[in-house]
Ligand binder design. Structure first.
Ligand code: AMP
Length: 574
């Protein structure tokens, strides 16, 4: 663990990406496969690979108690040291100096401790394991264990640089490593395969989930037309033999509903079936009716789609579907209350053949040939040839009370894990609201030392109270944030350390994509993905938007019954 920690420290000490990669490559090259698998994952700031269903579930207070017990310091002193760094790892490093009984500890031993922490449900047992682990480490090692456990190394090493280091370590092209990583979704597995020279990415192994293809956000139909065209041109070059040549000019785009469910990958081979979620965890038990129905499919497949809840022909809102998630078993009553369907939009594997590289139109043709029956449906798509077509389709989806459209190039390959130009999502802010800042928080990382996180409120028109509806981090320039920091320091009413309650007088206009019910805010609502559009010094707190406006928007787009029928957005094959 010491070598890992020293390497991570050296990576953090240089701003040069080249140097970071070189240092990491040198370290990875020397590792045995079992250590390599761990180190590569840990260097991305995760204790477990995203494919690994386990979670540590280690609360911040457990971490605090373990470090406190070993440091033998008073909470006050621990707290003030913490504020100095705002980083649990740096904090542990300082307060554990001379307080542990270090013994040489390899990566495997640390991994075994992580396994035990994940395996127990008791916070006390987790605390005991963590305390034992930290006690056998040097402070530098403890620093990185804590950073891994809090999922952020803060050494300026994104996943992309780890891929580069793996390529450099084993003399491979970056593209090869990326593609393998896309497919496996596991940088540890990728590194080990690269070390062993197994870089063939043309095969899919069923029951090893493939990373999902993602979409890039676009704000306007014009932007969508330009971008999706560019991707189609790039892909044509790679068209495999046997694929249909692309049709003539104007680029056509397929549009599908942006479904408000959960992404799902269905693997089926013979009698065996598994479902995986967006983060590649197995979710077969959450949707037993899908697993049972998949067993009856006549083909071996890997299908990509979205699970939707439905009732009486209408699509259920996400919060109803959510009741089916995160359970070990779904009671029959819930299966009846929230029945589900899988709306399939892609096929990556069919009867022994990986077909990721075929164009979407070919994959779709094969998907349509599978003879789906309920609960398997096909995503309904429309073809758009111009920005005005897209505009019309977007308006239609909005009228159904949905937030956006997915746009796909019919000529594109399936690129796992990639947010490329072949899939776009057209979203426009649901609305903007004028709100007032009620509390501010010191930022992290690059935003350390400035008050950058703003909690904001709307007006409760009946009581006259200000009720919080969200927290925004983005949208202002660095200069604006610096000026606002000065402003909020002067308008602080209560200083709680990290958080300051401020005089409610600063009005912002915020845009957002959706609204959720929330127990955290007194208003009962939380805006999702809010961003600051502009400061509104011209407005006073009396002029901000009201809770009634938020509630009305919620009802229209997310509340109770949705207006969308399954039939409008999905179909069964003829
Ligand atoms: P976002 O979560 O905003 O990045 O949007 C990407 C997500 O949209 C995917 O992970 C899917 O779960 C979801 N999605 C909804 N409808 C579709 C669709 N028709 N095609 C692909 N992804 C979709």
């Amino acid at each position: 663990m010491f070598k890992f920690s020293r390497t991570a420290d050296a990576i953090g000490a240089t701003a040069s990406k080249l140097e970071k990669t070189r240092v990491l490559a040198e370290y990875l090259r020397e590792l045995e496969p079992a250590d390599l698998r761990l180190a590569a994952v840990w260097m991305t700031g995760r204790a477990f690979s995203p494919n690994d269903p386990r979670v540590l579930n280690l609360g911040g207070s457990t971490m605090w108690r373990a470090v406190q017990a070993l440091s033998r310091l008073e909470p006050d002193e621990l707290g003030s040291t913490y504020l100095k760094y705002s980083d649990p790892g740096d904090w542990a490093f300082e307060v554990l100096q001379g307080r542990t009984q270090p013994r040489p500890t390899g990566l495997q031993a640390v991994a075994q401790a992580f396994d035990r922490i994940a395996a127990t449900g008791s916070q006390q047992a987790k605390l005991d394991e963590l305390t034992l682990l930290l006690d056998r480490l040097q402070p530098l090692e403890a620093k990185y264990v804590v950073k891994i456990l809090t999922s952020d190394l803060r050494i300026g090493l994104q996943e992309g640089l780890v891929e580069e280091a793996v390529a450099q370590a084993f003399g491979l092209k970056l593209d090869q490593v990326r593609r393998l990583h896309m497919l496996t979704g596991d940088i540890g597995e990728t590194a080990v395969r690269c070390q062993g020279g197994e870089v063939d990415t043309t095969t899919i192994q069923l029951f090893k989930p493939v990373r999902f293809m993602l979409a890039t956000a676009v704000a306007t139909p014009q932007e969508a037309m330009e971008r999706v065209g560019s991707e189609a041109r790039g892909v044509r070059r790679e068209r495999p033999p046997g694929a249909t040549p692309q049709g003539g000019n104007p680029p056509s785009i397929w549009t599908e509903e942006k479904y408000d469910g959960v992404r799902c990958q269905l693997h089926k081979q013979g009698d065996r079936v598994a479902l995986y979620s967006r983060d590649l965890r197995e979710t077969t038990l959450a949707f037993p009716e899908l697993a049972e129905a998949a067993g009856r499919l006549a083909h071996d497949v890997l299908v990509d789609g979205e699970v939707l809840g439905h009732r009486g022909g209408k699509v259920l809102r996400f919060f109803e579907l959510q009741r089916r998630l995160g359970r070990k078993e779904v009671p029959a009553s819930l299966r009846q209350e929230v029945p589900v369907a899988l709306v399939a939009f892609d096929l990556l594997y069919l009867d022994g053949e990986a077909i990721l590289d075929l164009p979407l139109r070919e994959r779709r043709a094969r998907l349509e040939g599978l003879g789906f029956e309920h609960p398997f449906l096909l995503a309904r798509y429309e073809t758009a040839r111009s920005a005005s077509d897209l505009d019309r389709l977007f308006k239609e989806t909005r009228e159904r009370g949905n937030e956006g459209l997915m746009l796909k190039s019919p000529e594109s390959a399936y690129t796992p894990g990639r947010r490329g130009m072949a899939w776009l999502k057209l979203k426009r802010p649901l609305a903007t609201l004028d709100v007032v800042v009620t509390a501010v928080e010191w930022g992290h990382g690059k935003r350390r030392g400035v008050l950058s996180d703003y909690t904001f409120a709307v007006l409760h028109e009946e009581t006259g109270e200000l009720v919080n509806v969200g927290k925004a981090y983005t949208g202002l320039t660095d200069a604006e944030i610096a000026a606002m920091t000065q402003h909020f320091l002067l308008s602080t009413l209560v200083d709680r350390g990290r958080v300051r309650i401020v005089r409610p007088e600063t009005v912002l206009e915020v845009a957002f994509d959706s609204i959720q019910h929330s127990g955290r805010h007194k208003s009962g609502y939380a805006l999702r993905f809010p961003r600051i559009v502009r400061l509104r010094p011209d407005k006073s707190v009396q002029e901000i938007d009201t809770l009634a406006t938020v509630a009305a928007l919620y009802e229209r787009f997310f509340g109770a019954e949705s207006e969308t029928t399954l039939e409008e957005i999905a179909e069964t094959p003829e």
